[in-house]
Design a protein around this ligand. Structure first.
Ligand code: ZN
Length: 125
């Protein structure tokens, strides 16, 4: 299961990232994630897997807050960035193909919130 391996990597990344900055992973209350709509990651499945993987680790009980990132591409005909419909690499303005993707495939850890100190360090994905 795709999301299970992502959840494992996420727990490791956040645990290491918080510890490296002198924080305590067991104080993490919220992990903010940015997921592109074209990344292939199913948010509900990832949340489900994260809860299972995080259980019995210091991150148990931490909540995932997932922000979906819309797909954007550069339309060669319109010469500007356009927002694409989910899973359609077609320009909404001119109907032409959009071969160049700018956003929509990301899977990034944003802010990690700790219980005591509030918003904490950015943890690179
Ligand atoms: Zn266009």
């Amino acid at each position: 299961m795709h999301e299970l391996s992502i959840a494992r990597a996420l727990v490791q990344t956040v645990t290491d990232g918080v510890a490296e900055r002198g924080g305590r992973p067991d104080q993490v209350t919220e992990i903010q994630l940015r997921i592109g709509v074209l990344s292939g990651v199913v948010p509900d499945a990832l949340t489900f897997c994260f809860d299972i993987v995080a259980d019995r680790t210091p991150l148990a009980g931490a909540a995932l807050r997932i922000e979906m990132v819309p797909a954007r591409g550069h339309c060669p005909a319109c010469l500007r960035p356009v927002t694409l419909a989910r899973s359609m690499l077609i320009c909404p303005n001119c109907g032409g193909p959009v071969p160049e993707l700018i956003a929509g495939r990301e899977l990034e850890v944003g802010q990690v919130v700790l219980a005591d100190v509030g918003p904490a360090a950015e943890v690179p994905a």
